[in-house]
Each structure stands twice: as C-alpha cells, then as structure tokens.
Design a binder for this molecule. Structure first.
Ligand SMILES: Cc1cc2nc3c(=O)[nH]c(=O)nc-3n(C[C@H](O)[C@H](O)[C@H](O)COP(=O)(O)OP(=O)(O)OC[C@H]3O[C@@H](n4cnc5c(N)ncnc54)[C@H](O)[C@@H]3O)c2cc1C
Length: 466
C-alpha cells in the first residue's frame, strides 16, 4: 500500500496551497481530487469554445508589497511565488447600492471613509470607532470566542441603513451564517474588502491555478486527479487508511481535508463521536453569466467593477424562500478592472443572488432547464435597476450565457447543498476528533481565494510541519 507523509483531500485553493508548503519542506505529499479539473469552487470550464471562470468575481485582499503582514504578501512569501506572476490588476471602483443611497469604494480605504462622511454625516464618528475596534481585533488568533457582529456594529453605528450597507458586501463575499456573523469573520471580511480591496488577472482564475500547480509540481508534490477519497478508515481515533473511489487503499501520517466539515465526517468510517452534530450550510447562490460582443462601457456600464445591491428597506441575507431571491445580489463586471492597454475580448456581466437548494433539487432535468430560462431574465431585470439606465436590449445584445444553481455547485465540488461558504460551524483550529485528520479551507473558517490559500498554509504549518 502506498504511504505518504501527508494526504490532502481536494485540489481547491486551500489544498494546493497546503501541498506547496509541505512539498517545499520535503514532505511526501499527495493531493487526491475527485474532479478532472483543479481549482474546486474557483475553477474554470469551457462551453461552446468559450472559457468561463466558475467563481472568480474578484480576488479580495489586494495590497501593495509594503505591508509584510497583509494576507496577500504572506501568501506570496510562504508559497514563494512572485507578485508579478499573479498579474493582478486593481478594480476601477465598486458600490453598495441601496434604495436612495450609494456608497462607493475602491482600494483606498480613505475614499470609502469620505463616502460615509458624505452620505451619512451623523454616523462618521461612530464609523471611525468601529474601524478602531476592527483594527485592534487580533484575527491571527484561531480560537477567538463567538461575538455577534451585528451587536458589536450597533454599539458604534446607529443608522440601520448604514449598518446593512456595511454588512451586505461582507456577507455576500464570506458569510456562512444567516443575518449575522461572528465578529472575527466580520473583521476578516471588512479588512479584505474595505481596507484592502479587489483585483484580478486579465486571464482570470486560470492564471492563478496554473501558477500554483507549477509551483506544486516543481516542489515535488504529487497530484492524482479523477481520484476521489471514498472513505477515511479510522482505528482508535486515528486515520488508518484512505479508500479511494477506485477501491485502491493508501496510508498517510497526516490527512488534511478541504472537502468541508460535514463532508469529511461523512467519509469517516466509523463515524466520529461529535459533541454537536455538524449540519451543512443553507446559504447557496444562483449566478448568471452573460457575454456581450461589446465592452460594458459601450452601453454605459464602464464605471462599476462590483455592485452589491439591495432593494428592501432592510437587507436580508438568508436562504431564499423561492428559487432565487431577487431583492438583493451582486453585479460583477470583470471588464472593469484596470487592465491597462489590454482588455478582455468580450463583455461579461455576472449576476449573483441568494438561492434555495431544495427547490432546485426537486426538479427533474427538463423542468430544471426551464426554470433556469425563466429566472435568468428575472435576475437581469432585478439587477438592472441598480445600474445606469441603458438602451441595451439584453436579449438582442447577449451573445452567450450560462447559469449555475446550488445543485451545479454540489455536482462539481461535492459541497453539500451547494453551500459555497460551507457549514455554519467551523473548525477554527482545524482539528477534528480524529487525532491525525485536519480540516483546511472553507470549513476551517477562512473563505474566498486568498482566505482559503491562507488556511491551507496555516493548517499545513500547524499540523504537518511543526
Ligand atoms: C460562484 C462562486 C463565486 C465566488 N467568487 C469569489 C470571488 O469573487 N472571490 C473570492 O475570493 N472567492 C470567491 N468564491 C469563493 C472561493 O471560490 C472559495 O471560498 C474557495 O475557492 C474555497 O476553496 P477551498 O479549497 O476551501 O474549497 P474547494 O474549492 O471547495 O476545494 C475542495 C476540493 O475538494 C474536492 N473534493 C471534495 N470531496 C472530495 C473527495 N471525497 N475526494 C477528493 N476530492 C474531493 C472538490 O472537488 C474540490 O476541488 C466564489 C465561489 C463560487 C462558487
């Protein structure tokens, strides 16, 4: 039976980052991935000859090289990759759009602060107090106690509209819990979006995945694709061996799983004894991707990179009661990053809304396809209200489109209920009741592209290198 120092379940961002770190330090490490493609929730695919990013709207946490402690710089250093090779281009500018109020922001925090002073002049002192609390929170500590972020924010900000406008982007880009979030997670997301900011490579996620895989290969890491882990067999609370989908068996001193917390426990045989049962997340999304022959600038949508919109009096972040909740969402226009002289060949508009896994799952194949066709224009109409008026006739101008639902996410990543941000319950220090089985990525609690890579690095350092 083949034996490794470390076996990693999943070739998503966290799994590959962990693998690079371990291989670099001479560990015999193998990543087992069930899909034929790497990248997990942030992969890419081809349809009708066109390449689509699965997830990428923007990479959060964009910072210059100066701040050594910034997450992006820690990743660059720990993975020994070059900033130039990431080819990151900054956003043009983004917006939180609510009925009657817009808050603009870019990668300079002072600009966001000035927007708050101008749109909510009575709240600026409270907002600055909140910023102080965020700055003084130690988010490098894994096991901080739960504290309601809503309650904490309300001690500083008394206007519920401003409160909701702050929460809307942070929840859409990184909350696995409905309506409220852990203050620690709030701090991580606030810093990653408002203190730091958005960037992406012109080529999209392909550039980053290629770079990471090259680094992993060069460090001597082994990667087995189309090779799912079917079972984690434990003896006396220790992983004894992994049984692969093919029936083959392998052994490892340490197992790092990025498959998710409930998903990993479901693989264990026998089932681990848990103090509290871990349930799969209920927050799932539907997304439409529309391709246009022309740049969005040509139809008046050239300024906004990402718009977080909400049409209700109070913003509600919870599982949709219908197939899609049209009252809030995210509009992402990948063309509107500062690519310099270059530009994407076609216009792309991505629209994301909260969705309902059970409802999509209840349909048979043809009804499912019909429902997608029904909801696509509805999502477009809901989002369009928050964009500059345009003479653009969508059906005439859109030359290609695709749409995914929570069932698509589940089908290609095996993430239960298609919950992109995983289970509400996290394993912040990565430990499980099995002594040599650890969690990395989404369900360790660090989300997004940068967050999951940081998680992979931190869990590899803590549980397999020290
Ligand atoms: C539509 C969408 C939009 C997003 N937009 C952004 C964005 O703009 N910016 C951003 O920063 N983040 C974004 N994200 C979130 C980001 O993609 C994720 O947080 C991050 O990629 C999670 O990485 P991970 O390694 O934790 O998990 P995953 O990417 O889920 O990796 C886990 C891997 O494990 C594999 N696996 C599962 N079970 C098994 C098994 N039994 N055996 C073997 N392999 C298995 C899966 O196939 C998968 O490849 C988005 C995600 C989606 C889906």
């Amino acid at each position: 039976m083949e034996r490794y120092d470390v076996a990693i379940i999943g070739a998503g961002m966290s799994g590959i980052a962990a693998g690079i770190r371990l291989a670099h330090f001479g560990k015999k490490v193998c990543i087992f991935e069930r899909h034929y493609a790497s990248g997990g929730l942030n992969s890419f695919y081809a349809k009708d000859g066109r390449k689509y990013d699965v997830g990428l709207h923007a990479m959060t946490n964009f910072t210059g090289p100066g701040d050594r402690r910034a997450p992006l710089n820690r990743i660059i250093r720990q993975l020994r990759i070059s900033r130039e090779d990431l080819k990151l281009c900054e956003q043009r500018g983004s917006r939180v759009a609510f009925p009657g109020a817009n808050l603009r922001f870019n990668n300079e925090f002072a600009y966001f602060e000035s927007e708050i002073a101008s749109v909510f002049p009575k709240q600026i002192d409270g907002f600055r107090k909140l910023v102080e609390a965020i700055r003084s929170f130690d988010d490098n500590e894994f096991n901080y106690a739960y504290r309601s972020a809503r309650e904490m924010v309300r001690t500083c900000v008394s206007d519920p509209v401003l409160e909701d406008m702050i929460f809307c982007p942070l929840m859409y880009y990184g909350s696995s819990t409905e309506e409220d979030m852990d203050f620690g997670q709030f701090v991580i997301m606030f810093k990653s979006i408002f203190f730091e900011g958005f960037a992406r490579p012109l080529e999209g996620i392909r550039n980053i995945i290629r770079l990471l895989l090259k680094r992993y290969r060069e460090s001597g890491g082994i990667r087995k694709m189309n090779t799912g882990v079917a079972k984690i067999v434990t003896v006396a609370n220790q992983v004894d061996r992994l049984i692969l989908d093919s029936g083959e068996e392998v052994q490892a001193d340490v197992v790092l799983s990025s498959a998710g917390l409930p998903e990993t426990y479901a693989l264990c045989s026998p089932q681990p004894k848990l103090e509290k049962p871990v349930s799969a997340g209920r927050l799932a999304f539907a997304e439409t991707i529309s391709i246009f022959k022309d740049q969005p600038k040509s139809f008046g949508w050239g300024d906004d990179t990402i718009v977080f919109f909400n049409a209700r009096e109070r913003f509600s972040y919870r599982e949709a009661s219908d197939l899609v909740d049209l009252t809030s969402g995210v509009i992402c226009i990948p063309n509107n990053f500062q690519f310099g002289d270059e530009q994407m060949a076609e216009g792309v508009v991505r629209l994301t809304c909260l969705s309902n896994y059970d409802k999509w799952k209840s349909y048979g194949e043809s009804e499912y396809a019909e429902q997608k066709e029904l909801w696509r224009p509805r999502i477009w109409s809901a989002a369009k209200k928050f964009m500059p008026a345009t003479g653009l006739g969508y059906d005439g101008a859109c030359i290609a489109h695709d749409m995914f639902t929570p069932t698509t996410v589940e089908r290609y990543t095996w993430r239960k209920q298609g919950a992109i941000y995983g289970a509400p319950q996290k394993s912040k220090d990565g430990t499980t009741p099995i002594s040599n089985l650890f969690i990395c990525g989404t369900d360790q609690g660090f989300l997004g592209i940068v967050g999951s890579m940081l998680s992979g690095i931190a869990m590899a350092n803590t549980h397999a290198l020290r």
